[in-house]
Write a protein that binds this ligand. Sequence first.
Ligand SMILES: Nc1ncnc2c1ncn2[C@@H]1O[C@H](COP(=O)(O)OP(=O)(O)OP(=O)(O)O)[C@@H](O)[C@H]1O
Ligand SMILES: [Mg+2]
Length: 225
Amino acid sequence: MIRLRNLSRVYGQGPSATAALRDICLEIPEGAFATVVGTSGSGKTTLLNILGGLDSGYLGEAQVAGRELRALTDRERSAYRNETVGFVFQHFALLEHLTALQNVALPAFFANAREPAPERRAAEVLARVGLGERLHSYPGQLSGGQKQRVAIARALYRRPRLILADEPTGNLDTATGAQIISLFEELNREDQITVVVVTHEDFLFKNVTCKVRLEDGRQVEGAPC
Ligand SMILES: Nc1ncnc2c1ncn2[C@@H]1O[C@H](COP(=O)(O)OP(=O)(O)OP(=O)(O)O)[C@@H](O)[C@H]1O
Ligand SMILES: [Mg+2]
């Protein structure tokens, strides 16, 4: 599913240049559950941004589902970001003035091929994450864990094959975070979605098949080339 070869990312130029990733080699098979750990500034978000097609300023190879991400045309890249990948963030990134249902159906407005019944699909994925009873609640009326469930439902809406989550439990207490992790594990197991999660709490994960540890942009744990 994911194949990285000598992946490097340097921000800036000259004396102020920062090597955020250095020569990463990694294979994450289809259906895997991968965690990415490492201290602040070790390159975790940089890696996720590349995998998500948000950053193509890298050196080396980054292939997802058999395609080199840098080689995608603008149109292919936006299809990749909208359809192949689902993103989940630490701060939920929900729109406060929209209900859970409307937040989840939002990707329909950016899609070329419109979902035939956006609200039905949104209700379906909200039920999938355990929020079937809160379709019309606004983010301000939901707990942190419930907000993150809405965000996960939004990521699932377009039926992604890959979920990329950047510290999805970073804003949650440990017990709530553990429930969110179980939900990711369930989606991986039951819906065969490949999951890559950046986390500081990898001890909470039960079914990790692939563990990546970054230190100063270098991979110090994980499958070598
Ligand atoms: N847009 C940017 N421009 C310049 N430098 C950047 C940029 N984004 C990240 N960096 C630098 O690249 C390195 C890796 O950053 P990155 O955000 O990937 O780390 P991280 O592991 O996600 O950290 P955190 O745990 O704090 O989120 C850091 O030294 C950071 O300062
Ligand atoms: Mg980060």
